[in-house]
Design a binder for this molecule. Sequence first.
Ligand code: GLU
Length: 505
Amino acid sequence: MTFEPTVAPDSRPIRVRIAPSPTGDPHVGTAYIGLLNYLFAKQRGGKFVLRIEDTDRTRFVATSEHMIFEALKWVGLTWDEGPDVGGPFGPYRQSERTEIYREHAEILLANGTAYRSFETAEELEAMRQQQIAAKTPPRYNGAHRHLTPAQIDAYLAEGRPYTIRLKVPENTSTTFTDELRTAITFDHNNVDDQVLLKSDGYPTYHLANVVDDHLMQITDVIRAEEWISSTPKHVLLYNAFGWDLPRFWHMPLLRNVDKSKISKRKNPVSLVFYQQSGYLPQAMLNFLGLLGGGMAQPTEAEIVSKGLNTKEGDIFSLPEMLEKFDFKRISLGGPVFDLVKLKWLNGEYLRKLTPDEFFAALRTTILSDDYVRAIAPLVQARMETLGQFGDMTSFFFSDNISPPESVWLPKKRTFEETVAFAAEQLTALEAATWDATSIESALKTLGEAKQWSVKENFMLLRAILTGSLTSPPLTESLVVFGKSRSLDRLRRFLETQKKLANQRK
Ligand code: GLU
């Protein structure tokens, strides 16, 4: 199917982007927003851009960018421009564009819509503490808005570091339109004088995001609802530069089944988890396409003529999404990232595979050469016949490990303290880098702090991960099993115990 190019209201060709920050594992939300942008661009003969927003150096994770590319490709998305494929508006990695942001901050200084603020970190902290004590919302008090040119020159001559802040116009308001909502008006008195350029010369998200969206000629900003609160600052920035606004589409946030914002506490949110646990990419993409309700459900007539049952209306491919997905249908109700539904869909897709495809799916995921090759050395020295391989490694190939209390509960510990300690293990492992040494030291640090012996500590985790008290070396097994799957197993163990404890009450 081909789509005629359409244009934005100001006659520009459609260009959209996703702008993930490489701060960890690729998030399902990135693929969700990626899919929406992809559909929007392709349905309009436009371009889909991938930009990496890596200017927050404190949260930067070096391996993350590559993982984001791989995860998006895994679900079947491709992009027209990006750091890996290039394009006419590069570089597409913000850390390679710092000069551009500095120049743009200078433009705002020159036209009077931004100013230098010379306060030290300690002065700003003192200001914040005073405001907290006075129960007023913490924000910059605007003191350096009014420095005289002579004061500014004196500070500069002293070599004092400074940030550049947006001079938010006082006592007025601005209205912008969100394409999925009605007009949104914000009172400038509620908008802080946002830092645009930090004293280390790095831009904040707001400056870099707006400058890039403008320079990359983005016509439609389609992103998650959590950014709606940043949009007033962005609109003020567009105004300060004298640039036209893009259209904004803020997509409903994904939710857990209990309607809270999707979080790794309740659901695995890493695409790597789904890939490693044997979900099919086409099922994942279909599932993401269902969220938000942009796909028209089959009409009564179609249900009857094609003999569909209602659930089959939920199964569709990327070409079908391109044909039928309608942005105006999106409902703001908060789509639920429902694992039961995803599993059901995945099962449907598994059953559609030919035997050869099914075998290939196994051999590229949970029975891949790489995976088996990584497991083999963990058990080689412990085996007498090759036939024992399955006995010693079954936990690597199982989805559901539920050891009985007799296995995981240490003799000298109570149920409550053990479950509480396992929850601490989860927190410690979440923060750990995923190699054997880091895992071991994270666990040992925790054990020392909570007075759990190394043996009790490791045995508990071994029981939870493998279902048994004898297993190949624990930390190496955790590494091979993977971070997201190991954490998920531990999380599911905790959930089961919580349920059991509630039943006993
Ligand atoms: N870097 C932001 C993120 O991590 C981009 C948000 C936006 O699309 O403006 O999602």
